[in-house]
Design a protein around this ligand. Structure first.
Ligand code: SAH
Ligand code: SF4
Ligand code: F3S
Length: 491
């Protein structure tokens, strides 16, 4: 569900690799410095913004240089074995920093902390505190105990915590696009997946706190928000929950159930100049009501991340995805009917799941041909301890075969992406400029509604502008545009 990664995955090895983000330098005159390195999904990056906010209240500015830090946090991911190995390697690199500065506090946060709990303290000697995703309010206590030499663990998983009242410190922000967590946890039990164990039960955040956050971002100049959750289509907030949490004042009390389509609409109504995206949709839950809501509002982007995982019904059943190939293809048909051929669709896929045959792998390739994804995040299966698949099925597909199948779907996707991008040639599109292009500051990078990167010359617009462009050239990963109009009227 990594929305902000460009679509330039080229090899099986690279597909499994783990990028991380660090905090930026912030100097608001606090006495201590915090360095956070975040791995995994957008949800984790968004959590780091909550962590930075909690720590700021407790006397910490952020730094981009871990050697300047009094506290180092690694906000970790457990989704694949490689993600955990990367963090362990990184911890060993921090050993020297700790030797030079014994008073340095090192904390492991996030999904790996939740999965391994106190074992991490014995396995990784330099770690002082281990804190799971629902226990970040306890960080200041744990850090101050660690400063007194006391190691600590808090991996309590909550049924209620949504951090609704905490205003995130926007880390690595381009000032144009931002992420808003709308729910936490996951109640699906996909057999390959560690997330339900590391993130706990699904819970939705108070819609009015979401709206307040979106409005505040818009007032600060942001032009796009992405509503985040493991399974956004099962977002649900009811009057009873409101009473339980007593979050709202009388005047904006929730009187009826708010589902995901309602929430999307509420956020879309803030302004036609605030774009709305969301991720991730589960194929079993995405409703026609959501699709019609996307259609109704020009500022809700015409793009759906709809991970299929496999194109074969027997494998989907073993994965416990609760839909089959036909169901999935029917949902894609509904998207095409309601939102048109131009709606962007992307996917996540896993090759070499337990017992997957060559024919079943071919079914994934044939499904890709039918759907014609704009892009996909593709992985080979990595068994995770404690998951249903690890308990019930043998991880029996040899690594070389997993990798070969992965290479095949990656090359299929490259072909499909190029084909889809060619359809954009000569089209007029509206993009939102996010900043300079990666390769050159002579160029700006924006995104069209379907979440594709569009490059334009830098001298004709600036970051934060909406620009009407004509697509003049396409590659497999990128579109190039000519500027037609800067900041057109969108109402
Ligand atoms: N909630 C999202 C996915 C979150 S994890 C959804 O249901 O679609 C992001 C992706 O990582 C998954 O979609 C899946 O493709 C991949 N993934 C999860 N567990 C994995 C595992 N054990 N091995 C390989 N890939 C995995
Ligand atoms: Fe994992 Fe499935 Fe939940 Fe996604 S929906 S986070 S893949 S259990
Ligand atoms: Fe995200 Fe990784 Fe946890 S994908 S939810 S950080 S296991």
């Amino acid at each position: 569900m990594d929305l902000i990664k460009d679509i330039d995955i080229i090899s099986a090895e690279e597909a499994q690799a783990c990028d991380f983000k660090t905090t930026a330098d912030e100097n608001t005159g606090k006495t201590k410095k915090l360095y956070i390195e975040s791995y995994g999904c957008q949800m984790n990056f968004s959590d780091s913004e909550i962590v930075a906010s909690i720590m700021k209240e407790n006397g910490f500015d952020t730094t981009s240089d871990f050697e300047q830090a009094d506290v180092i946090f690694l906000n970790t991911c457990s989704i694949r074995e490689k993600a955990e190995l990367t963090v362990r390697k990184r911890l060993s690199q921090f050993q020297k920093a700790k030797k030079n500065k014994p008073e340095l506090t090192i904390g492991v946060l996030g999904c790996m902390a939740e999965r391994l709990k106190e074992n991490l303290l014995t396995e990784e000697k330099i770690v002082d505190i281990v804190v799971g995703p629902d226990a970040y309010r306890d960080l200041p206590n744990l850090v101050s105990a660690a400063e007194d030499g006391e190691k600590g663990v808090n991996t309590f998983l909550s049924r209620e915590e949504t951090y609704a009242d905490i205003a995130p410190v926007r880390l690595n922000s381009n000032g144009v696009t931002a992420f808003i967590s709308i729910m936490r946890g996951c109640d699906n039990m996909c057999s390959f997946c560690v997330v339900p164990f590391t993130r706990g039960r699904e819970r939705s955040r108070d819609p009015y706190s979401i709206l307040a956050e979106a409005k505040d971002l818009f007032e600060k100049g942001y032009k796009e928000v992405t509503l985040l959750g493991q399974n956004v289509d099962s977002y649900k907030w009811s009057p009873e929950e409101n009473n339980k949490a007593r979050l709202n004042k009388k005047e904006d009390e929730v009187t009826q159930v708010v589902n995901f389509a309602n929430l999307l609409e509420m956020v879309a109504q803030i302004s036609p100049y605030l774009r709305v995206r969301f991720s991730t949709s589960h194929p079993k839950d995405i409703t026609d009501e959501v699709l019609h809501t996307i259609k109704k509002y020009d500022n809700i982007c015409n793009y759906i991340h709809l991970p299929v995982q496999s194109g074969n019904s027997r494998v989907l059943d073993l994965m416990n995805r609760t839909y089959d190939r036909e169901w999935y293809l029917n949902r894609v048909r509904a998207i095409r009917e309601i939102l048109g051929e131009e709606c962007g669709i992307s996917s996540d896929m896993i090759t070499g799941f337990c017992t997957e045959t060559e024919e079943e792998h071919q079914d994934t390739l044939s499904l890709m041909d039918i759907v014609k994804y704009d892009f996909s995040y593709m992985f080979y299966y990595s068994e995770r301890p404690g998951t249903l698949a690890a308990k019930k099925y043998e991880d029996d597909i040899p690594l070389e075969i997993k990798k070969r199948r992965l290479a095949e779907i990656i090359s299929k996707q490259a072909e499909l992406s190029f084909g889809r991008n060619r359809l954009d040639l000569h089209q007029e599109q509206l993009i939102l400029v996010e900043g300079f292009a990666k390769k050159s500051n002579q160029q700006l990078k924006g995104r069209n509604t379907a979440n594709k990167v569009v490059i334009i010359p830098a001298d004709q617009a600036k970051k934060g502008d909406y620009v009407r462009v004509r697509i003049s050239e396409v590659s497999q990963a990128t579109l190039f545009g000519e500027v037609l109009e800067v900041n057109p009227v969108l109402i």
